[in-house]
Design a protein around this ligand. Structure first.
Ligand code: S3P
Length: 173
């Protein structure tokens, strides 16, 4: 089985994925980390040097590659992964995949992302909190449509990582 975690930036995909994989004794792959390892540069660097479209092509290529092996794994996607190309189709049409949307509300997301803008190429250009709130609100609204296609939606606001992992496991077994 492959457990796919999707959701907006800072929704806890990587952290939850790691804890969940450990608990289930599954392999863990973070798609962003995988891309950085394969390409030998940071995601920010890819965006800066080659632009977003180039990044999306790499993201789609590595997603396909990761989904091929048959071993049990937890895969944390990048925030935009399910929203481009046929990535969501690949995930939804693979009977071995169970997908989860880790849902966080806009206040939680803004709070978490405010101090982390440098690491997020899509957000680095926003100077004020107001700009950030406006952008994230609109972006989240557009992306919710894709995230909501996950098999399960897990609410994560003010919920501990252990509780989120328990919620996921309850849906699985
Ligand atoms: C992106 C989210 C990032 C990373 C890239 C683009 C997005 O991943 O893939 O910066 O489009 O939301 P995280 O959600 O892990 O930050």
């Amino acid at each position: 089985m492959t457990i796919v975690l999707m959701g907006y930036m800072a929704s806890g995909k990587s952290f939850v994925g790691k804890v969940l994989a450990k608990k289930l004794d599954y392999n863990f792959i973070d798609l962003d980390d995988y891309i950085e390892k394969q390409e030998g540069v940071s995601i920010s660097n890819i965006f800066e040097t080659f632009g977003e479209i180039y990044f999306r092509k790499k993201e789609a290529k590595y997603l396909k590659e990761i989904l091929e092996p048959k071993t049990n794994m937890v895969l944390s996607l990048g925030g935009g992964t399910p929203c481009y190309g046929n990535n969501l189709y690949l995930i939804k049409n693979n009977p071995k995949i169970v997908s989860f949307y880790l849902k966080a509300n806009i206040n939680t997301i803004v709070l978490r992302l405010e101090g982390e803008k440098v690491k997020r190429p899509l957000l680095a250009r926003f100077r004020s909190k107001d700009q950030l709130v406006q952008f994230i609100g609109k972006h989240l609204f557009e992306r919710n449509h894709f995230y909501n296609k996950a098999n399960y939606v897990i609410q994560t606001d003010q919920v501990s990582v252990n509780r989120i992992v328990e919620d996921i496991i309850l849906k699985l077994f």
